[in-house]
Design a protein around this ligand. Structure first.
Ligand code: MG
Ligand code: MG
Length: 254
């Protein structure tokens, strides 16, 4: 069943989303060669918990052991932070975080270059951001879920890249994941209708190489099967009569 959020509920999600956006901004500032993914995870958890009522939503979710998913280079999503995993110059690190505030969930991810990255990685990040923006732009009353996927797919295909197989966006709000799924490919006017109050995570995961994926032996980390690099950007977005509203943004600085 698809649930819709009231204006009051959207305000709670926007407050949680602002904490999440601030968390990602702090983590991005910490990213440099020599930092471990466990360092980033510890910083994120402490920062989230420093806000009254806020919790790292991923910690313990389906048994995931950390507050942040840290995925490097060919790792697409769900990488587990480790004190042994040291960031190196030229890496691309994806940071995916969930926040629960007062019973409501938000979900957002960024891709951050470690020092200087190669031109191919810079282009991959730019295209993935552009794909997210196109998906958000299509998240309008009167459109369908398929319009979002079609918009993402058009940007990714035009760049000569692929979206990772079987990895999709999703409903987020009263729980961290639910229906409808929000695929990164699709057909305009197909799938569930976008109604005011629907809250979804839109999250293109874009590969330089082929779309095929595999899961590592840790049973969490999903990588590109061909070893090519992947990027990921994600926002939690509300469908409103006034257009798409990104809930995972920091309000104007206070
Ligand atoms: Mg996420
Ligand atoms: Mg998500």
């Amino acid at each position: 069943m698809i649930t819709l959020k009231s204006p009051r509920e959207l305000e709670i999600m926007a407050r949680g989303g602002a904490i999440l956006a601030a968390t990602l901004e702090r983590l991005a500032a910490e990213v440099r060669p020599g930092v471990t993914t466990k360092d980033l995870d510890a910083a994120a958890e402490a920062f989230i918990r420093s806000h009254r009522g806020a919790k790292p939503a991923f910690k313990g979710l389906y048994g995931f052991p950390a507050a942040v998913c840290t995925s490097i280079n060919e790792e697409i999503v769900h990488g587990i932070p480790s004190p042994k995993r040291v960031l190196k110059e030229g890496d691309l690190v994806k940071l995916d975080v969930g926040v629960e505030l007062d019973g409501y969930f938000t979900d957002s991810a960024i891709t951050v270059p470690v020092g200087e990255v190669d031109v191919a990685s810079q282009r991959l990040m730019a295209v993935t951001k552009e794909a997210l923006a196109a998906g958000i732009e299509a998240a309008r009353v009167g459109n369908h879920i398929g319009d979002i996927g079609a918009a993402i797919e058009a940007v990714v295909k035009a760049a000569g890249y692929t979206t990772a197989d079987d990895l999709v966006g999703h409903y987020v709000g009263s729980k961290p994941h639910g229906d409808p799924q929000v695929p990164n490919h699709g057909t305009s006017k197909r799938g569930p209708k976008l109604l005011p109050g629907l809250t979804i995570a839109i999250e293109p995961m874009v590969n330089i190489g082929k779309s095929a994926t595999r899961t590592l032996r840790d049973k969490w980390t999903i990588v590109t099967a061909d070893g090519s690099r992947s990027a990921h950007f994600e926002h939690t977005v509300a469908i409103t009569e006034a257009g798409p509203r990104i809930l995972t943004l920091q309000p104007a600085r206070v």
